[in-house]
Design a protein around this ligand. Structure first.
Ligand code: SAH
Length: 366
């Protein structure tokens, strides 16, 4: 798997490049089982670089460490929520950009990890802080994966492990398809993470062709669609990209994904008071879903500074909305966001300092 042109980034071989690392092993002349031991320690047990290197014969450790790049990111900050089991990691790329990864320890003791696929987001949804950052810079596959490694090491130190991985952090995964697919392939690879596909979820703003491509390539990985309204005009007001990828195309894409996959597609629906939360909205939503294998995840709106006019739907209206969908036969759950006090909840991920980095480097404008 050629994840990126490593020479342009670093002379070292990325730990994710299976064939190149295999060649390095042959060159350094140590047994394949030692490399397997290193990969198990690093990817599957989240034991960290030192413990992984300890799996190699003593005489090659130093050389291997010098030739191989383990981490693509460094931890810049870590914030623990005082309200719930969330931790936000602010991670720095080599180019100096900051991204955020959220660790969610749920009541059941399970850990879900919310990973970023881009710095910023070109989708520019008005209700989302990341969308307000502006044009995106895509992460490389190692940058996506290192979020999982670094968070995994944290969890291992607590005696926990990451169970679910959701691509719901900063960015639109399908605006960075190649790297996201390489990252998912590495997650599934028996030689690397060997993560169960059913515990990976890719969430999209709604790019129909990419949804179908993703389902074809990874038929057992879960997909989520951020729908938020089944009225074309309302959806366009909330999501600028909705004008390009229309509701009828999205519905056809979900039907196609259903044909390809056994998995039920998750339909995310942000609840905004007076915008998309009436009983009539719920009935139209149920009609839109009719015939699809979908479950609905209602998301209470987390306030962001740039959208003071938006308010979340209150509990009674939300329950009434959910009841209509359930009545129509759709499993409907409510999402409880963690980490509101550390700006780690859905839609609150933003890093202002990236603007300065982008200007300095005259890279993609943010
Ligand atoms: N770009 C992808 C994934 C990132 S956002 C997507 O659009 O799906 C993950 C989810 O959080 C999406 O459903 C998104 O619409 C939702 N979200 C964004 N801002 C939010 C906010 N302020 N409050 C609650 N949910 C929000």
């Amino acid at each position: 798997m050629q994840l990126y042109n490593r020479r342009s980034v670093s002379e070292r071989i990325s730990i994710y490049e299976v064939a190149s690392i295999d060649r390095l092993r042959a060159e350094l002349k140590f047994e394949p089982r030692r490399l397997r031991g290193l990969r198990t320690a690093y990817f599957k047990k989240s034991l960290g670089t030192e413990a992984a290197l300890a799996e190699l014969p003593a005489d090659v450790r130093e050389q291997f460490a010098r030739r191989v790049e383990f981490h693509a990111l460094s931890i810049a900050e870590s914030h623990d929520s005082q309200l719930d089991g969330a931790t936000k990691l602010v991670l720095r790329t080599r180019a100096g950009y900051s991204i955020e990864t959220v660790i969610m320890r749920t009541g059941t003791g399970r850990v879900a990890l919310c990973v970023s696929s881009q710095v910023g987001c070109a989708a520019a949804c008005g209700f989302c802080a990341t969308g307000q950052m502006g044009v995106a810079k895509s992460l490389s596959a190692p940058e996506v994966l290192d979020q999982i490694v670094l968070a995994g090491e944290r969890m291992q130190a607590e005696g926990r492990s990451v169970r679910n991985i959701v691509f719901m952090g900063m960015g639109e995964p399908f605006h960075n398809e190649a790297a996201v697919y390489d990252a998912v392939a590495a997650l599934l690879s028996p030689e690397l993470f060997h993560h169960p596909p059913g515990r990976i979820l890719v969430s999209t703003v709604g790019i129909p062709d990419a949804m179908v491509r993703c389902a074809r390539r990874f038929p057992t990985v879960n997909l989520a669609l951020s729908l938020h309204s089944v009225r074309q005009d309302v959806r366009e007001r909330l999501i600028p990209l909705a004008a390009k990828y229309r509701l009828d195309e999205l519905r056809a894409a979900v039907a196609k994904v259903n044909d390809i996959q056994q998995n039920t597609v998750m339909i995310e629906y942000l609840m905004l008071a007076g915008v998309n939360d009436s009983a009539e909205d719920a009935r139209e939503f149920a009609a839109w879903l009719h015939g699809l294998d979908a479950h609905v995840n209602l998301i209470p709106y987390n306030p962001i500074a740039t959208a003071p006019q938006l308010r979340t739907t209150e509990r009674p209206e939300r329950d009434a909305f959910a009841a209509i969908l359930r009545e129509a036969g759709f499993v409907t759950t409510i999402r409880y966001s963690l980490g509101a006090d550390i700006a780690a909840a859905c839609g609150q991920l933003v890093q202002n300092e990236n603007r300065a980095v982008a200007r300095l480097q005259a890279a993609v404008p943010l």
